[in-house]
Design a binder for this molecule. Structure first.
Ligand SMILES: NC(=O)c1ccc[n+]([C@@H]2O[C@H](COP(=O)([O-])OP(=O)(O)OC[C@H]3O[C@@H](n4cnc5c(N)ncnc54)[C@H](OP(=O)(O)O)[C@@H]3O)[C@@H](O)[C@H]2O)c1
Length: 233
């Protein structure tokens, strides 16, 4: 049984059928938060979540689909990520334009908080990851848009820049957080990234923060909220 009523209002998860997105949905449900997912493949979403979450089918390329998905939500969490160099799942279409569309429609709809998964090294144009269709520069453009639109009166954002993503349960590692994109290496469980994004909904110290995060050591944790308190100003 989750902690009921810790966060009032519905949260839209974009990219929910992805590996990190599934963890975001799980952790939202753990805390008893109402969830809606935007999925391009309804069958995939149904197979993963059943009838427990509200599913909206739509394309991240469509203004009207995205507007429909964000309507009535208090917050949006994006775990979208490209998986092809060209076409509709490319970094330009998903990591940049898809996220920018989500941000704009969310702001128009009165969404109060936006959580985004980005990446370590996102500011480094010369990083080898940019050989994948400039994925880091596309994510950087999306980040900048989030900061420009959501650092406004009545809105907030949290951008998590993880190291290499791994599968596994949440709360199994002591984490290391930093700001300024100074970390080059490291891994983190997708489940912990999801937990940090979910906590950002209600923790004041998470508001309007952009930060990097990787595992420090194996050490069970009871609460990841303390890492927001540890962020350099
Ligand atoms: N892998 C790493 O080590 C690493 C490190 C740092 C940051 N990241 C970033 O972390 C994020 C999450 O990673 P992950 O491993 O959880 O990714 P993932 O499992 O590949 O999930 C990506 C999600 O994006 C959705 N998506 C892709 N193309 C789409 C499109 N054209 N329209 C709508 N949705 C689309 C996928 O939808 P479907 O389910 O329908 O395919 C899926 O829900 C990504 O942004 C990734 O770049 C990854």
């Amino acid at each position: 049984m989750g902690n009921v009523n810790i966060y009032q209002g519905k949260v839209l998860v974009a990219g929910a059928t992805g590996k990190t997105g599934q963890w975001v949905v799980k952790r939202l449900m753990h805390y008893g938060v109402a969830v809606r997912v935007l999925a391009r493949d309804r069958e995939k979403a149904l197979a993963l979540f059943g009838k427990e979450v509200e599913i909206m089918t739509g394309k991240i390329q469509s203004d009207s689909d995205v507007a429909h998905a964000v309507a009535g939500c208090r917050a949006v969490i994006s775990t979208l990520g490209s998986n092809s160099v060209t076409g509709e799942s490319s970094p330009g279409e998903v990591d940049r334009d898809g996220v920018i569309r989500l941000v704009d429609e969310a702001a128009k709809a009165g969404v109060q908080h936006l959580g985004l998964i980005s990446s370590l090294a996102v500011t480094k144009w010369y990083h080898p990851l940019n050989l994948f269709a400039g994925v880091l520069t596309k994510k950087w453009a999306a980040e900048e848009h989030v900061r420009a639109v959501f650092a406004k009166e009545g809105r907030s954002y949290t951008i998590v820049r993880p190291g290499g993503l791994k599968d596994g349960e949440p709360l199994l590692h002591k984490l290391h957080v930093d700001t300024g994109d100074r970390l080059w290496n490291g891994f983190i469980n997708r489940a912990d990234v999801a937990e940090l994004l979910v906590l950002s909904l209600w923790l004041n110290n998470a508001k309007n923060k952009t930060f990097e995060v990787v595992n420090e050591s194996e050490e069970p944790q009871t609460d990841l909220g303390k890492y927001y308190d540890a962020l350099p100003e």
